[in-house]
Design a protein around this ligand. Structure first.
Ligand SMILES: CCCCC/C=C\C/C=C\CCCCCCCC(=O)SCCNC(=O)CCNC(=O)[C@H](O)C(C)(C)COP(=O)(O)OP(=O)(O)OC[C@H]1O[C@@H](n2cnc3c(N)ncnc32)[C@H](O)[C@@H]1OP(=O)(O)O
Ligand code: TJR
Length: 377
């Protein structure tokens, strides 16, 4: 193990990274709150400012993936469609299989210049995660309770608000609704069977209502569906803790651009269309399992320096006062002050561990297990 790799695995480095992320994130959240009055005066200006503020937070995690862990991200896609990416609004449909799938998504957003503005249909619980969840509030992220009776109006209303969004965005939909686990897969395939749908090997049965309502509300605003299928080389199981420890992974993403007009307007036909899409995605994963690559040529956008520059900037801003504080504390020699500092550090590291836990599949919700009608049998 080289010196750099050794350093990357040290707890002190992780503590410093988490400190930078947390403190800079809270500063950004505070500035976001200060933009509230601006929404009344100029909504579009407030949105543009919040896009840049969100970039300050999200790109730190992207920098951790690209520059700290050195993870490589390869894009398989049609070269004719490539110039459109980042230049239009799109609905991204992605498999929900890996703990860092959202982070790989963010990395591609960064490379195509839409990181600050990108959106997702996210479960309500994530709105309460400090820094990221609070930032999403100002980004007009669409939250759902995963209870259709309650979501049908709120989700549609939130989507309608995005129709006059001032910058291009990608709207991410994990149609499976929850992370893949063998147990959830077993339940969802029972449902597929009861509906007479073909079984999927690598995906859960997609939920069609969120997809339908998104397509209907963004018609005329989003130009296309980006059907995206993600996998990792060598059967790796990537984690956020792995990234923080400096472990390098290799992500492969296959993207097909499908014009939005080709998605049926009728709800039942739209649902059938999505089921067919997932059968095709399953085929791509099968090909990946057999051959180690997705169909189509490789058109990888290179990583850009901005995420690293942003990270270094915020590190300087928040580490300098910390250095002064530590020096002052040590020179004071007060045992009480040092003990208080140790308590604060422990609390921060526990808080960060809880946040990282939000990404872990073994802490995943029971959604898709307990709500399944077949559960009662
Ligand atoms: C590559 C580039 C990437 C670009 C990235 C771009 C942007 C990045 C931005 C941000 C990144 C941050 C990422 C954060 C990630 C957070 C993600 C999440 O939180 S995922 C969870 C929330 N999202 C969703 O759930 C979306 C999908 N869900 C839906 O669409 C749902 O329909 C719903 C709208 C949420 C409503 O939920 P509800 O439970 O009420 O669902 P349904 O009524 O649809 O469910 C019943 C329906 O489903 C069938 N079904 C299938 N399997 C099951 C099962 N296991 N149990 C029960 N029912 C199941 C069932 O038969 C019903 O079918 P039908 O509709 O035909 O009656
Ligand atoms: C610079 C880097 C420093 C690293 C510091 C670490 C910061 C930690 C930040 C945690 C960020 C939390 C963002 C949460 C995104 C989780 C996305 C996700 O995958 O959610 C799961 C849901 O889709 C489905 O939920 P389940 O039903 O499976 O349950």
């Amino acid at each position: 193990m080289g010196l750099l790799q050794f350093l990357k695995s040290q707890f002190l480095c992780h503590l410093i990274m988490c400190y930078v992320f947390l403190v800079s994130g809270l500063i950004v959240n505070l500035i976001q709150i200060c933009t509230l009055p601006l929404w009344l005066v100029s909504k579009q200006l407030a949105r543009k400012i919040n896009i840049r503020l969100a970039y300050c937070i999200a790109s730190q995690m992207v920098a951790a993936l690209e520059w700290w862990s050195g993870t490589e991200c390869t894009l398989y896609t049609d070269p004719k469609r490539y110039p459109l990416y980042g230049k239009e609004n799109a609905i991204v449909v992605l498999n929900h299989t890996f703990e860092i799938d959202f982070l790989c998504g963010w990395t591609f957003c960064e490379r195509f210049g839409v990181l600050g503005s990108s959106k997702v249909l996210a479960k309500r619980e994530l709105a309460y995660v400090p820094v990221i969840g609070w930032m999403w509030y100002f980004l007009e992220i669409v939250f759902c309770k995963r209870k259709w009776e309650e979501d049908r109006t709120t989700v549609a209303q939130s989507l309608q608000k995005l129709r006059d969004y001032p910058e291009n965005y990608w709207f991410l939909l994990f149609c499976e609704g929850t992370r893949f686990t063998p147990k959830k897969h077993q339940f969802s395939m029972q449902i597929a069977e009861s509906k007479g749908l073909p079984k999927l090997k690598y995906h859960l049965l997609p939920r069609t209502k969120g997809f339908y309502v998104t397509v209907q509300n963004l018609r005329g605003t989003a130009a296309a569906i980006y059907d995206s299928t993600l996998n990792f080389r060598n059967n790796e199981v990537p984690t956020l803790l792995g990234i923080i420890n400096g472990k390098k992974y290799h992500a492969d993403l296959y993207v097909r651009r499908i014009p939005l007009e080709s998605v049926p307007e009728d709800e039942a036909e739209c649902a059938a269309w999505l089921h067919k899409l997932y059968q095709e995605k399953d085929g791509f994963q099968e090909q990946y399992a057999q051959t180690g690559h997705f169909p189509g040529p490789i058109m990888s956008p290179p990583r850009r320096p901005w995420s690293l520059i942003n990270w270094l900037f915020w590190s300087c801003v928040v580490l300098y006062p910390l250095g002064l504080l530590i020096a002052q504390m040590l020179s004071s020699g007060s045992v009480l002050t040092i003990a208080a500092a140790v308590v604060v550090c422990s609390a921060v590291s526990m808080g960060m561990r809880w946040m990282i836990g939000q990404t872990e599949i073994d802490k995943s919700s029971n959604y898709g297990i307990k709500a399944a009608p077949l559960n009662n049998n």
